[in-house]
Design a protein around this ligand. Structure first.
Ligand code: NAD
Ligand code: MG
Length: 377
């Protein structure tokens, strides 16, 4: 069997390093052909040493690149890695809007995109789907909820699906009062109860903006309208999502909370291969599994994002850009936690109606939303 070539964009991050742990065990099936990172040249060099990829790219070069003359650099190294020869699968594990062009380029080149970078699909859902149609590429989700849905749908047509129910851990503030949430500190927001992730998605999980991004992601991945996508809080993060079919039967996919499983599945889909990444499943140990409604009024980012999804056009891109900018400000200590949804609402009010018909229109709406949020504070 020929090993399939994998490019990992964002190999130094939480998903990137998780993927390399998986690939280390699956060296007979996959070989690492390209690795990219943003600034962490030291870790990237270690990874390059271990996996000997044909291409290595560091976006923000500096001293690290001087020492490695063969490395690619600059923003274009993502597209370069995604489209080079020998790459069958592009794992897009970059955080944020920076992943958009590589997702589109990989799909246009007929590649499979194992998509962790949900932001690219949220910003440019129609463009991304059009790129896949044009180039024959394939989008396979890495997000655990969407991986669960893919596994439950198992090739059945969308007409047989009544409802998708995404599970949400509820984040660290599930039980906090609205006043407490408003004043939450960065340290509070970074204490995720069930998942170890990068800082941006950890904050998104605390505001529930992450779940809004995921509702939009599910809409574009599975072609299900927004009024048939729901969210339920499930603090244990063991049931990764539900699919209700038209006959009333409900399937769910379960597993201990580990991203190794959905990463591997995105690489091998629709096949399953033997692997030892997650501990054995013990339902008694994982009990009880509980479910509760989302406190939508206290976590307004969720409804704001879903409304943006329904509005379409550039509204999801504005939601995403406003959120990214506000989260960056919060991570810098410049704004309060409660300012994140306030900034999103303000940006959507001002720019939510922008045109989203082309890459340029989307990038322009993204830039307007970023500037709007910067100027609010
Ligand atoms: P992270 O911050 O740990 O890693 C991000 C990676 O992207 C790093 O390798 C970094 O070098 C690179 N990067 C950052 N900014 C970049 C830029 N401007 N240009 C190019 N490269 C850049 O983030 P993460 O937690 O691994 O999340 C990555 C993506 O996966 C996000 O879209 C996130 O929503 C999604 N995701 C993550 C998890 C998880 O468990 N961590 C789960 C589901 C989905
Ligand atoms: Mg998720």
């Amino acid at each position: 069997m020929n090993a399939r070539g994998v490019a990992i964009l964002g190999s130094t991050g939480s998903i990137g390093t998780t993927a390399l742990r998986v690939l280390e065990r699956q060296r007979e099936r996959f070989r690492v052909v390209a690795l990219t990172a943003f600034t962490n040249g030291a870790l990237l060099a270690e990874q390059a040493e271990r996996f000997a990829p044909a291409f290595v790219g560091l976006v923000r070069s500096g001293e690290a690149v001087a020492a490695h003359e063969s490395w690619g650099c600059g923003e274009q190294c993502l597209v370069e890695a995604a489209t080079r020869g020998g790459v069958d699968i592009v794992l897009n594990a970059v955080v944020g809007a920076a992943g958009l062009d590589a997702t589109i380029a990989a799909l246009e080149h007929g590649r499979r995109v194992a998509l962790a970078n949900k932001e690219s699909l949220v910003m440019g859902g129609d463009l991304v789907r059009a790129a896949a149609r044009r180039g024959g590429g394939e989008l396979v989700p890495v997000d655990s909820e969407h991986s669960a849905i893919l596994q439950c749908i198992a090739g059945r047509p969308t007409t047989e699906v009544r409802r998708l129910v995404l599970t949400a851990s509820g984040g660290p503030f599930r039980r906090w009062t609205r006043e407490q949430i408003d004043r939450a500190t960065l340290a509070d927001a970074l204490q995720h109860p069930t998942w170890q992730m990068g800082r941006k998605i950890t904050v998104d999980s605390a505001t529930l903006a992450n779940k809004a991004l995921e509702v939009i992601e599910a809409h574009f991945l599975f072609d299900v309208p927004y009024d048939r996508i729901e969210v339920v809080v499930h603090p244990q993060s063991v049931v990764h999502s539900f699919v209700e079919f038209v006959d009333g039967s409900v399937l769910a996919q379960l597993g201990v909370p580990s991203m190794e499983l959905p990463v591997l599945y995105a690489l091998t889909f629709p096949d399953r291969v033997s692997d030892t990444g997650v501990p054995p499943f013990d339902p008694v140990e994982l009990s009880p599994l509980t479910f509760e409604p989302v406190r939508r009024d206290d976590f307004p980012a969720l409804s704001l994002g879903v409304q943006a999804g329904r509005a379409g056009g550039a509204a999801p891109a504005v939601f995403n850009a406003a959120n990214e900018t506000a989260v960056a400000l919060f991570l810098d200590g410049a704004i309060r936690f409660g300012d994140i949804p306030r900034a999103i609402e303000s940006a959507l009010g001002r720019h939510g109606g922008a045109d989203g018909g082309s890459r340029e229109a989307i990038l322009s709406a993204d830039a307007l939303a970023r500037r709007h949020v910067q100027e609010l504070f």
